[in-house]
Design a protein. Structure first.
Length: 271
């Protein structure tokens, strides 16, 4: 049993792929084990490769132990024929390509046998991501451990029992950071409507969201519901606001409709 795959090829080193590569190296993946294939490397990726001793766009003669596919969904059709020879029957294929099912990947990369489909989110760039993943029957115990180690290097990691759950994970944690950013924007806009200056409004909104998130992290044994109740005095200002949020078509209903729309779109993109 090996701690890391001996040869790992990362195809696609944009924001997410680059963040994962950085996280892997910081977690102990030997630089000599990693090869990055990225036709238009950013200055950050070029610098990472140069300073950490990672091979960038070299010729590759044989299929690696692990192939990580981190390209944009719309690029997959063009990229797949170029990398098909790297997805051999003894290669673990880990895909973070949004919306592309294992069946779709196997149709494009017919030699592949062991496939893991994962959905990380953008906080992986700071090591605080959340990733859900599903493995097909071809993935054995050692390869599952490779995935756990690699994906845990950029945040929290969870195995899923059903590939269809990926769409729900996409709707919650995959798209979730955008919901938090949108809420921050809305809170700042509300502050402006209450007469506060633009700069102060955004500072208050950002600081409040950041502080609440950090408090929730530190008080991980306390449920968000309890934390909310702790700051909501009966008959007070927060209670007045929460009553609106909990009202008809309030926050629970809005979030349910938003995530249902995201899951439906994820299902439409599959194939």
């Amino acid at each position: 049993m090996t701690e890391w795959p001996a040869r790992l090829v990362l195809v696609g080193a944009g924001k997410m792929g680059g963040a994962m590569a950085q996280g892997w190296l910081d977690a102990g993946l030997p630089a000599a084990a990693l090869t990055i294939l990225e036709p238009s490397p950013s200055p950050e990726i070029a610098s990472l490769a140069a300073h950490r001793g990672v091979a960038l766009n070299p010729p590759i003669a044989a299929a690696p132990d692990m192939l990580v596919l981190a390209v944009k969904p719309q690029s997959l059709e063009q990229v797949a024929p170029q990398i098909a020879r790297l997805a051999g029957e003894h290669t673990l294929l880990l895909s973070i390509v949004a919306g592309k099912t294992i069946a779709n990947l196997l149709a494009r990369l017919p030699e592949a046998r062991a496939v893991v489909r994962a959905m990380p989110n953008t906080p992986a760039a700071i090591g605080r991501g959340v990733t859900g993943a599903f493995a097909n029957p071809g993935v054995d115990g050692e390869r599952r451990r490779w995935c756990e180690r690699l994906l845990s290097a950029v945040g929290a990691f969870f195995w899923l029992d059903d590939e269809n759950a990926i769409d729900a994970v996409t709707a919650i944690s995959g798209s979730g950071p955008a919901y938090v950013f949108a809420m921050t924007e809305a809170l700042a806009a509300a502050a402006e409507r209450l007469g506060l200056p633009v700069e102060l409004s955004m500072s208050l909104a950002r600081g409040t969201v950041e502080g609440a998130a950090e408090l929730m992290r530190r008080e991980s044994a306390t449920s968000p519901a309890t934390l909310r109740r702790n700051v909501t005095s009966p008959g007070g200002t927060t209670a007045a606001a929460v009553a609106v949020l909990e009202g008809p078509r309030g926050l629970n209903d809005l979030m349910a409709r938003a995530t249902a729309a995201a899951r439906a779109r994820a299902a439409e993109m599959a194939g």
